[in-house]
Design a protein around this ligand. Structure first.
Ligand code: FPP
Length: 232
């Protein structure tokens, strides 16, 4: 039993489509409500003293969806970046990014880069937006950077050195990974960083998430016995 708040929480925000379907609405309406939930949970996480919050907003596989749905989500992300600025200033929240930045449309690249720059000195919670993110893709991109810098000694690769080429090597590994909407899989999220993360899966669809759901997930985490492969 521990009463510590996890320093880093990652969230797979799943179930927007099902939330809309249950109500006879179009899928995009679910994403709109999902965005509101993301804002509620960001505030809740900051109030609870979480230091890093990684939100899986768009995966490298999500491009397979219809172009209408993809552009709707991209616009929502832009909306999030703009509308959260006041909140970020008030709460000193710093925005970070993980994912294949170069593969994003130019307009969203600019919004993300501006937000990262404008919040770079904030010392409150850090929100890492995982956009065009895939865990395998992050590892491959890291390996390419590693190999380019270590052409002569690639065969001597070790975990610590390699880790420095991941997207955000200064951010500690997630203590807790939450997934909403009841699927028992990690869907290519933080594959390297999540090696020893505690998993919490909730049946509640993402648009229904409130602060109390995050509190329940944290209380569950606090009951876990983390051994990292060792013995206590
Ligand atoms: C998964 O639900 C959700 C997404 C692929 C998009 C998540 C995006 C947002 C919540 C908006 C942007 C948020 C931020 C923080 C910028 P799904 O569509 O796979 O749901 P389903 O499995 O029920 O169909």
């Amino acid at each position: 039993m521990q009463d510590t708040i996890p320093a880093h929480v990652g969230i797979i925000m799943d179930g927007n489509g099902r939330w809309a379907q249950k109500r006879g609405l179009v899928r995009t309406q679910g994403h709109l409500e999902g965005l509101k939930a993301a804002k509620r949970i960001t505030k809740a996480a900051s109030d609870l003293g979480i230091k890093y919050l990684t939100l899986y907003a768009f995966s490298t596989e999500n491009w397979k969806r219809s172009s209408d749905e993809v552009s709707f989500i991209m616009n929502l992300i832009k909306q999030y970046l703009r509308s959260e600025m006041d909140f970020s200033i008030r709460n000193k929240i710093r925005t970070r990014f993980t994912g294949d930045f170069e593969g994003l449309p130019d307009s969203i690249k600019k919004e993300i880069a501006d937000t990262i720059r404008d919040t770079a000195d904030f010392e409150g919670m850090q929100v890492v937006l995982a956009i065009n993110y895939g865990g395998r893709d992050e590892i491959i991109r890291a390996f390419r950077k590693y190999a380019a810098n270590n052409a002569e000694t690639t065969a001597e690769i070790n975990e610590n050195d390699f880790h420095m080429y991941l997207d955000n090597p200064d951010i500690p590994d997630p203590d807790l990974i939450i997934r909403s909407a009841g699927e028992y899989r990690t869907s290519n999220f933080l594959l390297w960083e999540g090696a020893y993360s505690e998993l919490y899966i909730s049946d509640k669809l993402w648009p229904d998430w409130e602060k109390c759901d995050l509190e329940i997930a944290i209380a569950d985490f606090q009951k876990r016995d983390r051994r990292y492969g060792g013995i206590k």
